[in-house]
Design a protein around this ligand. Structure first.
Ligand code: IPM
Ligand code: MG
Length: 371
């Protein structure tokens, strides 16, 4: 069995706790002889600032480029809120995304039947929801120059960020979205603000230009503000949404709430495949470091575990195990086992580690049955 190299960067807050549950699953798959994973662990974010003075080291970036995939927990916390932007925990995350060329960020939002009442939206609106947001991740206003806070001659201060996209940046992320749509419901909705922004007009034109290569996918365009509204009004009209870095950040948080809890949402960030077939990839839960509940065994590890399932599917060549992990999550939720963020009447409240154990027990049964 080919050895696969995994870099784990647990990060801050609840990051280490949820990643410990992923590590348990990795160890289990190794012990069962289902996989041969070699794991390296490095700090990122605040943990890296404390250890090395920077939110991510060059060594960690190199390890990430050479690994089959990176599994990240979360970064940030009040302890590092006062430091300069360039060395904040978040800068470590942005740097590893940029340096690994992870331009396509896949954020699926799936409603589990067992959690239908955890959402603030009516069950009728979200039942069976299955959408995928493809967020551009290495361009736009997050990285555009010029940026900064400048002094004007009149003594005022001016904050500047720049939204910028080139045709190739738009094409490559749109192609990923079209290809994913081909494997799903064959509908792609592209979101921007072409009514006010030149970068949005270009986005719309360029996405349309390449749509001819995907004749089986029906393409629509929507202004991002309307998309925010439609996500609440009738979210099931969407299959795949492709959008820029900032709109994708906002719309994916909104979409997460359709599913009931931010604690359920996985993500994959993918780069281009090189000539040798290697593709840089990083998997992380969409939730943040949640410092308020860190270290208390309260965090929901399912987003991290479902992110690992995405890694198994996209980077580690173990789609069938990914299917089993997703089915295990569904089964455990159906049995009423709940972390506090998704707790409901009549269910059994468990902590982070118990939820991880429940997934492994279920996975064990399923894998043995399948063998
Ligand atoms: C996300 C987060 C990050 C982002 C932060 C932590 C830098 O909100 O992954 O959605 O804005 O991209
Ligand atoms: Mg965000």
């Amino acid at each position: 069995m080919a050895i696969k190299n995994i870099l784990i960067t647990p990060g801050d807050g609840i990051g280490p706790e949820v990643m410990a549950e992923v590590s348990k699953i990795i160890a289990f798959l190794n012990t069962e002889g289902i996989a041969s994973f070699s794991v390296t662990e490095r700090p990122i974010g605040g943990a890296s600032i404390d250890a090395h003075g920077v939110p991510v080291t060059d060594e960690t970036i190199e390890l990430g480029k050479n690994a089959d995939c990176v599994l990240l927990g979360a970064v940030g916390g009040p302890k590092w809120d006062q430091v300069d932007y360039s060395i904040r925990p978040e800068a470590g995350l942005l740097k590893i995304r940029k340096e690994l060329g992870l331009f396509a960020n896949l954020r699926p939002a799936l409603v589990f039947d067992a959690l239908i009442d955890a959402s603030t939206l009516k069950a009728d609106v979200i039942r069976g929801l299955d959408i995928l947001i493809v967020r551009e991740l290495t361009g736009g206003v997050y990285f555009g120059e010029p940026r900064g806070i400048f002094e004007l001659p009149n003594g005022e201060r001016q904050g500047v960020n720049t939204q910028v996209y080139t045709t190739s940046e738009i094409h490559r992320v749109a192609r990923v979205a079209f290809e994913l749509a081909q494997k799903r419901g064959k509908k792609l909705c592209s979101c921007e603000k072409a009514n006010v922004m030149e970068s949005g007009k270009l986005w719309r034109e360029e996405v349309s230009k390449i749509s001819g290569d995907y004749a089986d996918v029906s393409l629509s365009h929507m202004y991002a503000d309307n998309c925010a509204m439609q996500l609440l009004k009738n979210p099931r009209q969407f299959d795949v949404i492709v959008t820029d870095n900032l709109f994708g950040d906002i719309l994916s948080d909104e979409a997460s709430m359709l599913t009931g809890s931010l604690g359920m949402l996985p993500s994959a960030s993918l780069g281009a495949r090189d000539h040798a077939g290697h593709q840089n990839a990083l998997y992380e839960p969409v939730h943040g470091s949640a410092p308020d509940i860190a270290g208390q065994n309260k965090a929901n590890p399912l987003a991290a575990i479902l992110s690992f399932a995405m890694a198994l599917r996209f980077s580690l060549d173990l789609s069938s195990v990914a299917d089993h992990i997703e089915a295990s999550a569904r089964a455990v939720l159906d049995r009423g086992i709940r972390t506090p963020d998704i707790m409901a009447e009549g269910c059994r409240a468990v902590g982070t580690t118990e939820m991880g154990d429940a997934i492994i027990d279920e996975l064990k049964t399923r894998l043995r049955k399948a063998a």
